[in-house]
Write a protein that binds this ligand. Structure first.
Ligand SMILES: *Cc1c(COP(=O)(O)O)cnc(C)c1O
Length: 450
């Protein structure tokens, strides 16, 4: 059924498209040290009409014909057309729920607010979308005889969880470098449990990145960080999925938290391909939210991206985006320019309160999603986002991976913030009259009874 072999993809230099490499070459940057991207033979893809592609994606989704049921591999021709199906390492990722956040939208003054829960995935974050592609390519290379002793990444938590799971499923050794004490317990236990070789280093993410680059250069370990543009190919499918879920009607805004900036680049790349190949004909606008403690993109946006200065990222509750020198900066700027983009930032207090407020409407947000919610509230109050706009917030991880900060918030144990709406459990003796009084009082307080 697949015509995958008629299609071709390769690495090419972002700044010099004539510099090309095959996808089975072990290479992460171009001759000048700049970023590579995966490019596709668009004219071959263009022989199938936009309407036909939409139908193909529609027919494959969530079905059981290997490997097309996955949200990523249902778009195989657009992702990694050359890979053998038996080398694909998939956990049925993608097809995450996109739902109308009616009550929280009302609080923000937005009638048509949607959340795309990318964290409802095998390892609890969108990182699965990219990692299935990278680990599959590695499995392909190993089965073709390449000598790859292990796959490695530096991580603020979610990348290492995804790498560890997919590598374990493939039977390939994984090595992960984490900043000691800077990730959540849930994030640490995932690579530990999946049998990865886990290093907790006394540095930050950027410091871990330096080490992983070194072991990949010196020791032939395959680099799984997002400077490896294979991951972007998987992550871009989230854009396609969102459009699919809206019956190919383009929303007005996509709001996404950004750290290393691979994900926003991927989002734009998915949109680019759908526009080029005629699946959609209208562009959404994109907003990237950054934590104020780690805001190099926001600062560059203030001067129209004329100058970029890496910063030393400060500690933030949004630990997965505590990155001062984003690898995919150039791709993100390009994406923002093409999608009439905006960058906003969120202070620690704003993040905590936005998460808590949204959780009270039935959501259960990771702090990075909180950053996006703060950004959105700011765009709304500036009038950039209108009441009737259709807005999609990309929720990047499952809230259950980040319960520590919620616990601290509700127990009033945060170091630098006094929680505005804590909801600690009410501790009482098991006596009916006491319980009843407290219950009636609380219902009144919370639901506006007098
Ligand atoms: C990785 C990650 C991000 C940031 O994505 P980038 O591609 O680094 O910008 C945001 N949220 C979560 C939960 C993540 O794991």
């Amino acid at each position: 059924m697949s015509k995958a072999n008629e299609y071709h993809a390769w690495f090419e230099s972002l700044s010099n498209p004539s510099e090309r490499y095959e996808l089975d070459q072990i290479i992460y940057s171009d001759r000048e040290g700049g970023l590579l991207q995966v490019a596709h033979d668009m004219s071959a893809l263009g022989e199938t009409s936009g309407a036909e592609w939409r139908q193909i994606f529609q027919d494959r989704g969530r079905r059981n014909q290997w490997p097309y049921g996955s949200g990523v591999w249902g778009k195989k021709e657009w992702v990694l057309p050359g890979i053998e199906d038996e080398n694909i390492v998939s956990m049925y990722e993608g097809h995450t729920n996109l739902f109308w956040a009616e009550r929280y939208g009302r609080e923000l003054g937005i009638d048509d607010l949607w959340l795309k829960l990318c964290g409802n995935s095998h390892t609890g974050s969108f990182k699965d979308l990219g990692m299935t592609v990278l680990v599959s390519q590695v499995k392909q290379m190993i089965s073709d005889g390449a000598n790859i002793p292990a796959v490695a990444c530096a991580s603020t938590g979610d990348t290492s969880a995804a790498l560890s799971a997919y590598a374990a499923a493939a039977g390939i050794p994984a090595v992960v470098f984490l900043p000691r004490g800077k990730i959540s317990m849930a994030q640490l236990i995932q690579p530990v449990a999946n049998g990865a070789i886990v290093f907790a280093l006394d540095t930050d993410f950027d410091g871990c990145m330096e080490i992983v680059k070194q072991v990949s250069e010196e020791d032939g370990v395959y680099l799984a960080n997002s400077m490896n543009s294979l991951r972007i190919e998987g992550q871009k499918t989230v854009a396609i999925e969102i459009l699919q879920q809206f019956d190919w009607e383009t929303p007005d805004w996509l709001v996404i938290p950004g750290g290393n900036l691979g994900n926003v680049s991927a989002l734009a790349k998915g949109l680019d391909m759908m526009l080029d190949l005629g699946l959609i004909d209208r562009k959404p606008r994109i907003c990237v939210g950054q934590a104020e403690a780690a805001n190099p993109l926001y600062l560059a946006y203030q001067n129209d991206f004329e100058v970029f200065e890496p910063i030393a990222a400060r500690s933030t509750v949004a630990s997965a985006i505590q990155i001062g020198n984003p690898v995919s900066y150039a791709k993100a700027v390009d994406a923002l320019r093409r999608y009439d983009g905006v960058v906003e930032q969120a202070s620690e207090g704003e993040i905590l309160e936005a998460c808590a407020a949204a959780d009270r409407t039935g959501l259960f947000n990771c702090p990075h999603t909180g950053v996006a919610l703060v950004a959105l509230a700011k765009l709304r109050s500036r009038g950039l986002v209108k009441k009737s706009d259709r807005v999609v917030v990309l929720s990047t991880a499952h809230g259950l991976k980040f319960t520590d900060f919620k616990l601290d918030y509700h127990q009033m144990k945060l170091e630098h913030w006094t929680s505005e709406n804590p909801n600690p459990p009410i501790e009482l003796p098991a006596k009916y009259s006491d319980v009843r009084d407290a219950m009636v009082r609380e219902i009144g307080v919370r639901f506006g009874g007098s």
